[in-house]
Design a binder for this molecule. Structure first.
Ligand SMILES: *Cc1c(COP(=O)(O)O)cnc(C)c1O
Length: 426
C-alpha cells in the first residue's frame, strides 16, 4: 500500500510507515495513492463478517503484509458482534458498541493495536492520543498490558462523562492519562505540537492513535459492508447512511467503502451544535466556531482533522461534495430524537439519536441506516434524565464504577506537557 501526504504530494510512505508516523510533514494527512475496487460485490456481501473483513483489508494491505498476516490481524481485532436493529419501516441502527469498551472506537483501536504490535520492531513506542471520550477507552483497552508500548491519553477535564473517564483513567500500568484544563480541540492541538517536537518524537518514539491514523480508518471501512449486507436482507431501496460526526474519521471510512464499490447512495454528516461541516456544505466557507459542550460530547469538535481526506476521496472519485448532506441537530432536537426512538421501543443515546434525526430527509426510494456509536449506558446520566429511566450498567461499566481515577490534571500548555512526558517516560 502506498500513501502520500495531502500537503506534500511528493512525500510517499508505505502502510507500515504511515501507521507509525501518524502524520506527515507539516501535519499533512496520509492518503492512499490508490483506492482498491472490489469486484463481485454480491459474493463479498454474502461472506460472513470476519471472512469479508479479510477480503476488504486484504485489498489494501496484502501486497505489503501478505494475506496471512492480514487474516491474523483481523481475527484478533474483530471478535464481537454488530447487529443491525430496525427501529421503524425505514430506519435501522447499526450497533457498533458491542466491543470491550462499548463504543465503535473499539473497531479502529483494536485493529491499530494489533498492527502496531505486529509491525513495530523492537523499539520503544509511546502512543499519544487525544480523546473526546471514547477513543481513550478503546485505545487504552487495546494496548493495556502490552509492556513494549506506553500509552498517553489527553482528554478535556470535566467535559466527558464520569463513566467514560473511569473506563480509561483507572487502568494504570502502561496507560498514562492527563486531564487537560480545556476542550478537545486544545487536546488535539497538544498532540499535534508534540509530534512536531523532534526531541519528544524521538525520545519517546511517538505514535499517534487518533482517527488520523490510517489503520483505524481502514478497520472502520469493514462495518459499512456489514450494514449493507444486513439491509439487503429486507430492502432493495437506495441506501443512505447517517453518521454521527465529530472528527470525521467515521464518515471518511464510509466514503472509502463507497469508493471500493459498496452500494451506498449517499451519506448524511450529522453533527451537534459544533456544525462547522454542515455550514461549510451549504455555503462553502470553513468557519469553525468555539467548541461548545453538548449532550453528545464525543462529537464536540469544531475543527475536524479528517476533513481534508473527505474532500480528497470525493476529488479522487469525481464525486460532488453533495454526496454528503450536512445536518445539524441541536440539544432540543437531540433529546426529542432520543425520546422518539424510545417511544418506538428502541433505547438509544445522544450520538446515535443525532444520526437518527439526520435521516428525517429520507426520500421514498431510500432506506436509512444510522450508526450506533456508543452503548446507551455509557451516557446513563443524560439518557436517564431525558427518558426518566434507570438504565442498568453492563458488566464492563460496573467493573470500573468503583475504581479510582488516576489521571493528572494539566494546563493546556505544550511546555508543561513536554516536561511532564519527558520526566515520566524518557
Ligand atoms: C468518536 C465518536 C463519534 C464521532 O466519530 P468521528 O469519527 O470522530 O466523526 C461519534 N459518537 C461517538 C459515541 C464517538 O465516540
Amino acid at each position: 500500500m502506498e500513501l502520500y501526504n495531502l500537503k506534500h504530494v511528493s512525500e510517499r510512505v508505505n502502510f507500515s510507515q504511515a501507521l507509525q508516523l501518524g502524520l506527515g510533514k507539516d501535519r499533512g494527512l496520509f492518503f492512499p495513492s490508490q483506492i482498491p475496487k472490489l469486484d463481485d460485490m454480491d459474493a463479498i456481501l454474502a461472506l460472513p463478517f470476519v471472512a469479508r473483513c479479510k477480503t476488504i483489508l486484504g485489498a489494501w494491505l496484502s501486497d505489503e503484509l501478505g494475506q496471512n498476516q492480514v487474516d491474523m490481524l483481523v481475527e484478533q481485532a474483530f471478535n464481537f458482534s454488530l447487529p443491525l436493529t430496525r427501529v421503524d419501516d425505514n430506519r435501522a441502527c447499526l450497533e457498533l458498541f458491542h466491543g470491550p469498551t462499548l463504543a465503535f472506537k473499539d473497531f479502529g483501536a483494536r485493529f491499530m493495536a494489533q498492527c502496531i504490535s505486529a509491525l513495530a520492531e523492537d523499539k520503544r513506542l509511546t502512543i499519544l492520543t487525544a480523546t473526546s471520550g471514547d477513543t481513550g477507552a478503546a485505545v487504552a483497552d487495546a494496548f493495556f498490558g502490552l509492556d513494549k508500548v506506553q500509552v498517553v491519553v489527553l482528554y478535556p477535564k470535566g467535559k466527558i462523562s464520569l463513566l467514560q473517564e473511569k473506563m480509561f483513567t483507572t487502568l494504570g500500568e502502561n496507560i498514562h492519562t492527563i486531564a487537560v484544563e480545556s476542550d478537545f480541540d486544545a487536546c488535539q492541538e497538544l498532540v499535534k505540537q508534540s509530534f512536531e517536537d523532534n526531541e519528544l518524537r524521538q525520545t519517546l518514539g511517538l505514535n499517534s492513535a487518533n482517527s488520523i491514523n490510517i489503520s483505524r480508518l481502514l478497520a472502520q471501512i469493514c462495518y459499512y459492508f456489514e450494514a449493507v449486507a444486513q439491509v439487503r436482507q429486507y430492502s432493495d431501496k437506495d441506501i443512505v447512511v447517517s453518521v454521527p460526526s465529530g472528527n470525521f474519521g467515521n464518515l471518511t471510512a464510509g466514503l472509502f467503502a463507497k469508493a471500493m464499490g459498496l452500494p451506498i447512495a449517499r451519506f448524511i454528516a450529522a453533527t451537534n451544535s459544533n456544525d462547522t461541516v454542515p455550514r461549510y456544505l451549504v455555503n462553502g466557507q470553513w468557519v469553525p466556531h468555539t467548541t461548545v459542550a453538548t449532550l453528545s460530547n464525543a462529537m464536540d469538535v469544531s475543527e475536524p482533522s479528517n476533513w481534508p481526506r473527505v474532500e480528497a476521496i470525493c476529488a479522487a472519485m469525481g464525486w460532488p461534495l453533495s454526496v454528503i448532506s450536512g445536518v445539524m441537530v441541536d440539544e432540543v432536537q437531540t433529546a426529542a430524537s432520543l425520546t422518539s426512538l424510545a417511544s418506538l421501543g428502541y433505547q438509544s443515546e445522544p450520538h446515535a439519536s443525532i444520526a437518527a434525526q439526520g435521516l428525517v430527509t429520507l426520500k421514498e426510494h431510500e432506506t436509512g441506516i444510522f450508526l450506533g456509536t456508543a452503548h446507551p449506558a455509557k451516557f446513563k446520566d443524560v439518557v436517564d434524565s431525558i427518558l426518566g429511566t434507570d438504565l442498568a450498567l453492563p458488566q464492563a461499566l460496573r467493573a470500573v464504577e468503583a475504581k479510582t481515577i488516576l489521571s493528572r490534571p494539566l494546563a493546556a500548555d505544550f511546555g508543561l506537557l513536554k516536561s511532564h512526558l519527558l520526566q515520566k517516560l524518557a
